[in-house]
Design a protein around this ligand. Sequence first.
Ligand code: ZN
Length: 340
Amino acid sequence: MLISKLARSLGIVRKTALDAAIAEQEALKAELAAAELKAAGFDPEKLTSLEAAFKADIASGNMEFRQFDNAKDFADYILNQRTIPLRLERSLSYSVVQNAPHSEKLIGYCDACEQVQPLLIDLQWGDGTEVSFRERAVCGKCGLNTRQRFIMAYIRHACIAHTGIRIYAQEQVTDLFKALNKDYPDTIGSEYLGPDIKPGAVVDGIRHEDCLALSFEDASFDIVISNDVLEHVADLQAALAELFRVLAPGGRLIFTVPFHYDTEKTVRRAGIENGALTHYLSPEYHGNPVADEGSLVFYDIGADIFDYLHEAGFSKVQIVCADSLVRGYYGAPSLFVAVK
Ligand SMILES: [Zn+2]
């Protein structure tokens, strides 16, 4: 009820389907707080009227993609203008921390499933004191987290200009690839399987590609999707040059990275010097679905990523962000779009 209360006290929001959905979400959460939640999860019957409210809200065009041409405007939005108050996210986090290790379920309209689904939040991928909303709010049906659901939404709503679209995703063993492949069966996916494998080779059904030496011809794709990959490449400029090369003119690179928007310069944490891995800062690793040890972070990507992309040749670069309680976009997920 926090948002509606806050908004009404400011007199700025009419009673909308969103308001009703939030009220119903609160009521449902209270109801589900009973033991039955732990036993069996959600009863789809209970979601019917809520789904209608969600659909009405979505039909009204409530969610827009907010687009920013530079890191400064994006930072201003994140810090000062978000529609989901940080207070709400903090209170959700607080409740998760109190009930840990049990997870909690929010509800939202999953843009990948195109249905209302439970969205699971817990303390995974966070620092243990709060929920990482970007990495959680995982759909109970398709398994996509906030940023992955947002990528599907962006591709569905903003990118589809023609059939036969050629898509390359720098991932293949993930739920996001599965979702992409369902909509666009010709999507090519790949993983990085190690230094001794030839780019383009397929090992046990998984295609291997090296970000610094892709096996594709020039201008092969209309869309290239790269999620949380670029911070792990040994040479950011070389990787961007490769992505630019394989895109057709007018094609779009859609990518996510952990974005340090409040840091002006990208920081190089590690590099390869004379063939040897060299650490400039203490090593940091992120999860990798095809490597138990995780992936080393080579770069903390800062505001100058816009410059890196323009230098690689991209003509237009934007960061796109969504903030939507209805769709469960907590934590203001964002992605970059760079047009060749
Ligand atoms: Zn889903």
